[in-house]
Write a protein that binds this ligand. Sequence first.
Ligand code: SDX
Length: 447
Amino acid sequence: MKQSGTIIPEVTQVKQPALEPAKLSVGGKAIDLQVTIGTEQEKAIDITRLRDSTGAITLDPGLGNTGSCTSSITFLDGERGILRYRGIPIEQLAESATYLETSYLLIYGVLPTRRQLEQFTTTLMGRTALPQGMERFFDLLPKTAHPMAVLSSMVQLLSGYYPELTNPNPTAQQIDEVILTLLATFPTLAAYGYRKGRGEPVVPPRKDLTYTSNYLYMMFGPQGGKPNPDEVLVQALRQILILHADHEQNCSTSTVRLVGSSRASAFAAISAGIGALWGPLHGGANQAVIEMLEEIHRSGADFSKVLAKAKDKNSGFRLMGFGHRVYKNFDPRSRILKAACDKVLVRLGIQDPLLDLAKQLEEAALKDDYFLSRKLYPNVDFYSGIILRALGIPTEQFTVIFALGRLAGWLAHWREMLLSPEFRIGRPRQIYVGPTEQKYIPISQRD
Ligand code: SDX
């Protein structure tokens, strides 16, 4: 957000001096490959010249060993359970920051000064209303549409009202504008989709509320005769949004980068990111965890059966909310959310049997060698749904809340990519294993 007197550091590509080169021999041809080391001592073998030098590519289905970029936004260490946004531990931000403050930090790389945050917040909260005439499109959507389908569609539609913000080569000013526009209207799109999906009138946004409070207000309107949402609910949701705000190159953020790398607009990239997040292996897991816990509750909480099914490769069932591509120890977010569950439920005077179930299931799984040997621990989705239920958020909206939080990270990565000297369109290779050349047989000669 370029403001007079505001120094916003552009993305800096911090590359440490290279280590000893990696030596590779392919088909008897030996080559040296540069090894770069990041600021947290992560090492990467630079293979940008590999195919030219050896004719070979690397193969890494699921990309678990492949870095797609360098980034200064988020650092996570799966072995030590570390998660930092621009170097600041997630625990400190979850404890003390606002979501917009965290968004500014992720996107612009610095904690805003008091004045910068006030200006960012005031400007943004003044732009939460949808463009004139857009609301009617919600009435045309099938009531059976999943909230993530609605959100993804409406983000694309939003670009129709801001054609100037779909410029493939946006100026710094346009980048700031599209960031403000999406951050401001995303909660409104989400809340309108919820209300319209239930056939209820929308509750227009209020400029005088905080970002998080305004979302709850648009979702549920004034509650219990009080004009503003309960502060306990607001603080719980603030923490959830911050914990979900970024997570480096996860599936949906990588999707945003890949779509943005074709110079499609941020609206198109974010809409695609919403689609990727929807999947039950990714952000959709928070909904799937609650549905799993409800099923266990209904069927009498036989954990041994649930764990047996999760361990049976043929069952097609996984213990939702467990396991992670990167965290091979605890997910720091899950620890914070587990503690928050107890606090929020007590503050709200809620007894949720699913919380006790979740804790017992975690305990049972972490005694089972199948999970321990595969380093499968609760991830961010395992406890988040318990809190969202306590806030009165319906289960099918859970992944929308994940998207609300992750929007800041998606925008930060989109901006970093566009400004990076590494910028180029993403286009992975493949190894072809299909039929070798064969002739076309005319239909007259085929049975
Ligand atoms: C998120 O990437 C991110 O940063 C994502 C995220 C973010 O903030 O953006 O952290 C958010 O998406 C969290 C993950 C939410 N998904 C779930 O909770 C769904 C359940 N989890 C799994 O589907 C799985 O653990 C993944 C998808 C999270 C990770 O998949 P991987 O890294 O591809 O792991 P894998 O499938 O290779 O599993 C390794 C082994 C396999 O067994 P073996 O073949 O070695 O015998 O562990 C098993 C898997 O079958 N396994 C599980 C399991 N997760 C992995 N078995 C039972 N239940 C599980 N949940």
